[in-house]
Design a protein around this ligand. Structure first.
Ligand SMILES: C[S@@+](CC[C@H](N)C(=O)[O-])C[C@H]1O[C@@H](n2cnc3c(N)ncnc32)[C@H](O)[C@@H]1O
Length: 253
């Protein structure tokens, strides 16, 4: 059960004018982990979009962010995910009238079946924490798929600063081992830079503490939401948004 009114307040409608156009029941039924349209809209605000672009939505879950991108920006989207069956996503995509623009597929992030430089941009919402923190992943699997000059944008759950040891005491009763793949903006900035293949355009916690507020407002709308988020009170936990641009290596005039 959820308190849907909390997700449709006037301030949220003003902040997310694009997401607000979509049925809240549809969003809640098809998100995995948070209000993914808010996260995607905030990412879109800081990326470049042109009609007809080829976009990879990596770890798209139930593909509603892919549908959002195709509708909002008139782009083609490859909706790639590991856990959710492509047939299930295809039904949603057809129901949205986007069979000509959104292409569902089962994909393991380390075995992506695309040509190098194929995509104009790649996005990943609440997914790169599962595979993108590997030291070898970005350069060996992801960045090569984007054309030189193309952008990669991600939103991941994270922390404001790296912990000095284990998670702090106030989080300990709730913290799970998996959450140690949550990192800080500074950590992600260096992680991207270590590849030598991208320029980091942005790596932040959203403006005005919004990264934490997105987390909190969504969890508090759930009757059984994650108590860890409200107990944190913005001391450690946040969503992180990052946009990088692939450098044009070796092709300079
Ligand atoms: C928390 S869910 C988020 C889904 C969706 N982006 C959303 O926000 O609703 C994480 C997604 O990452 C995908 N994922 C995890 N590991 C993956 C991997 N190795 N390759 C491809 N996708 C993966 C899962 O299939 C899952 O749908």
């Amino acid at each position: 059960m959820m308190n849907l009114d909390m997700l449709c307040s006037p301030d949220l409608q003003a902040r997310y004018p694009r997401s607000t156009k979509y049925d809240i029941h549809w969003i809640v039924e098809n998100q995995i982990g948070s209000h993914c349209l808010w996260l995607m809209e905030s990412l879109c605000d800081v990326m470049e979009w042109n009609p007809g672009m080829r976009i990879l939505d990596l770890g798209c879950g139930k593909a509603i962010t892919s549908i959002f991108l195709a509708k909002e920006f008139d782009v083609q989207v490859w909706a790639a995910d590991l856990w959710i069956a492509p047939s299930e996503n295809w039904a949603r995509i057809r129901a949205a009238g986007l069979a000509h623009k959104v292409f569902p597929m089962r994909a393991e992030a380390r075995e992506l079946p695309f040509a190098e430089d194929f995509f104009d941009a790649v996005v990943g919402i609440n997914s790169l924490q599962f595979f993108g923190t590997d030291d070898y992943y970005l350069q060996n699997h992801l960045i090569k798929l984007v054309k030189p000059g193309g952008q990669i944008g991600m939103v991941v759950p994270g922390i404001l600063q790296e912990f000095d040891g284990l998670a702090p005491g106030h989080l300990q009763p709730y913290w799970k081992p998996d959450y140690y793949s949550w990192h800080s903006p500074d950590w992600w900035r260096l992680h991207w830079l270590h590849t030598g293949m991208v320029a980091v355009e942005l790596c932040d916690t959203f403006p005005d503490g919004e990264g934490y507020q997105i987390f909190r407002r969504f969890e508090e709308s759930l009757n059984d939401g994650d108590k860890m988020i409200s107990i944190d009170e913005g001391r450690s936990i946040t969503f992180i948004r990052s946009v990088v641009q692939k450098i044009n290596i070796g092709n300079e005039p």
